[in-house]
Ligand binder design. Structure first.
Ligand code: FES
Length: 166
């Protein structure tokens, strides 16, 4: 299922939004111009993971040297502090610790959304009567979460909209 979460400009850099879709609760994060989506259910004991703080991964080449990179952002659960990588949901606590579920995020022009999303309702058959409709243009860019696949490295940069519909 592909879910339109909101307009790109509704997300401040560093901002987040938690959306509930059916039984799922999903946090969508903007880090710089990149978007990530991750389950709000912490694999440890079910805490509200997306209420936690984010921080860039810190690298050190030796004493007195530390640098951070935006490409690996960690999210810490507010209950016990377990950390997960935003892009993949991976934990680094140990090989047996389960990852948090992460989701693919894309940014698409509003002009393409009606072609892009499947708006059919299962179990409904169109009848013979058709009311007149009018074209509506939606010009902004929208953030879309795909709940059918794990994200892996599939976070998206808002400045590199691809229009990928996979
Ligand atoms: S429930 Fe998230 S760290 Fe324990």
């Amino acid at each position: 299922m592909r879910i339109v979460v909101g307009r790109v400009d509704e997300f401040e850099p560093g901002g987040r939004r938690v959306v509930d879709v059916g039984r799922r609760s999903i946090g969508v994060f903007r880090v710089g111009d990149r978007f990530y989506a991750i389950s709000n259910h912490c694999p440890h004991q079910g805490g509200p993971l997306c209420a936690g703080r984010t921080a860039p991964w810190t690298h050190s080449d030796g004493p007195g040297s530390a640098r951070t990179g935006e490409e690996h952002v960690m999210l810490a659960c507010p209950w016990h502090g377990w950390e997960y990588e935003l892009a993949t949901g991976r934990s680094f606590l140990g090989p047996t610790e389960p990852p948090a579920r992460s989701y693919q995020v894309s940014v698409a022009s509003g002009e393409t959304l009606d072609q892009d999303l499947d708006l059919r309702v299962p179990g409904r058959t169109p009848g013979p009567y058709v009311a007149e409709t009018y074209p509506v243009r939606v010009e902004d860019d929208y953030v879309i979460v795909d709940t059918t696949t794990n994200a892996g490295p599939g976070d998206v940069d808002a400045t590199e909209r691809t229009g990928d519909r996979s």
